[in-house]
Write a protein that binds this ligand. Structure first.
Ligand code: UD1
Ligand code: CA
Length: 496
């Protein structure tokens, strides 16, 4: 813990240009809120105290901040009268005066890194300055406060865009907004800052001029990586920051040994964990707390949210949420894994299969065209193509249990609650309404009857009838021997 450091995060502003019912700092980048990213960077400093200034939509921002960082103090700024006023409100909320250094950051700079803040705080203390500015050299300084230096290069002031002379507007060194203060000086300065300026706001940046007037030193450290201090004011900037953060995350994973075939179509959120030798094919989104173990291959075209994928597993064209896939298992293509899906090692969830609350044992397979809901399937069992686990009776959900090494036929319906025993079989087309004992074969469909010559009798003159005749199928005569009562189509046959 850094005893001598307090951090104030300003997050009371409105974010009007987002045109959103969601407060600006709660908009998400790479799966975390913008303020969540900033708090992550701040906590890497292990400061003694963190104060977050909330105002606009604080009923949403406050609880989110408390959930993300329970130790943070919330300071309420009822009216947004400027950054200087916001810091005054923060200091009041802190109660006892801060010691050492106070670092100021904004809640809308998601790319900010803890290491950058650490370096800047070290720079500030090393310089022995009353206040230090994390500045940036930009091509387009429009909208930022300009860092005004005297001919000797010493920082004299920060002048806001609206208050700047033409000459000052041409300055390309800007105030990123991140400032470090000697605590005693800050307390003194915010009490003296006024709002006699073009915007009628209390500018925190006026503290720089106050320091110089008092003969105190001011330092500025330009940051090379200006993305880190960039805020998102509208949706276009939000997307740009999101793309840049993704590029950084994907690059980091490649450096850590993950193969990414197409970084441009690969989206990996901040809290995802990947092992070395994972391979990611084009069009993959790994979201939330998704974890992928070594040698697994994900994609192409898959979205996994909060999923765990075991070593060596293969997941192709799959949409998954809160699913756990075992080592060497196979999923896809076109599988839909809903919450509570657990596929054990070497199992298979195949094409056009939807699963939900389904625990599928080691080596068990659901290869084709099935719905598996509220189910347990034992190890080594094979579920036939086109099987529906009918879990819902219109009122309640019920469970189906299929034992170990069972073989169920194609086009089955398991009407839950029902159990199929270990080593049991079911015939094709079976509707299982009653438990099937271990080792039994369940058959529910009626006996098949063939009506010879039906095509020639009832579809005479058609290609179907000719094909039947050419194949030597029974003719008319044989049909009449089979008795009367055949209707004109298969739907209205009478019993013979
Ligand atoms: C501020 C700086 C400017 C800097 C720029 C960097 C001042 C006077 N100006 O200008 O030098 O180049 O940031 O982006 O500090 N906030 C509050 N309460 C308020 C006012 C603002 O919490 O009363 C918060 C906002 O939510 C935002 C941050 O402080 O996160 C900056 O406020 P904003 O009004 O955007 O300042 P700028 O005019 O951009
Ligand atoms: Ca701003």
């Amino acid at each position: 813990m850094t005893d001598q450091l307090t951090v104030i995060v300003l997050a009371a502003g409105g974010g009007t240009r987002m045109k959103s019912k969601t407060p600006k700092v709660l908009h998400r980048v790479a799966g975390r809120s913008m303020v969540g990213h900033v708090l992550g960077a701040v906590s890497a400093l292990e400061p003694r105290g963190v104060v977050v200034v909330v105002g606009h939509q604080r009923e949403l921002v406050g609880p989110h901040v408390s959930e993300t960082m329970p130790a943070a103090v919330l300071a309420v700024q009822e009216e947004q009268l400027g950054t200087g006023h916001a810091v005054r409100v923060a200091l009041e909320a802190l109660g006892s005066g801060p010691q050492g250094t106070v670092l100021i950051a904004y809640g809308d700079t998601p790319l900010l890194e803890g290491e950058t803040l650490r370096g800047f705080v070290d720079f500030h203390t090393g310089a022995g300055a009353a206040v230090s500015i994390l500045s940036g050299l930009v091509d387009d300084p429009h909208g930022y406060g300009r860092v005004v230096r005297d001919p000797a290069g010493a920082v004299r002031a920060i002048v806001e865009e609206k208050d700047a002379t033409d000459e000052q507007r041409a300055i390309t060194e800007i105030n990123s907004g991140i400032l470090a203060f000697d605590a005693g000086f800050l307390v003194d300065a915010v009490a003296r800052i006024d709002n006699a300026n073009a915007k009628g706001e209390y500018y925190l940046t006026d503290a720089i001029g106050l320091a110089r007037e008092a003969g105190l030193s001011v330092a500025a450290q330009p940051i090379d990586d200006v993305w880190q201090t960039e805020g998102a004011n509208d949706r276009a900037q939000l997307a740009a920051l999101g793309a840049e953060m993704n590029r950084r995350i994907v690059t980091r994973w490649m450096r850590d040994g993950v193969t990414v075939m197409d970084p441009a179509t690969t989206w990996i959120e901040a809290d995802v964990e990947l092992a070395p030798d994972v391979t990611i094919l084009p069009g993959v989104q790994l979201l939330g707390a998704t974890k992928v173990d070594e040698d697994a291959v994900i994609g192409p075209d898959s979205t996994l949210q909060d999923c765990e994928i075991g070593a060596g597993a293969r997941v192709v064209r799959t949409h998954g949420q809160l699913a756990v896939i075992g080592a060497d298992a196979n999923v896809g293509p076109f599988s839909y894994l809903r919450p509570g899906t657990q596929l054990a090692a070497s199992g298979k969830i195949g094409a056009f299969v939807e699963t939900k609350n389904a625990v599928i044992g080691e080596g068990a397979k659901v290869p084709h065209l099935s719905y598996v809901g509220d189910a347990e399937i034992g190890e080594g069992t094979n579920i036939g193509a086109g099987t529906i686990f009918a879990n819902y009776d219109g009122v309640d959900k019920h469970r189906t249990k299929v034992g170990r090494h069972a073989r169920t036929g194609s086009n089955n319906t398991f009407v839950a609650p029902v159990e199929i025993g270990d080593g049991a079989s079911t015939a094709g087309g079976t509707v299982v309404r009653h438990d099937v004992p271990a080792g039994a074969l369940a058959v529910s469909a009626g006996q098949q009857r063939n009506l010879p010559g039906w095509a020639q009798a009832r579809r005479s003159g058609t290609a179907q009838a000719r094909a039947a005749a050419e194949a030597g199928g029974a003719d008319h005569g044989e049909l009449s021997e089979n008795g009367p009562g055949l209707g004109s189509d298969p739907g209205d046959r009478a019993e013979s």
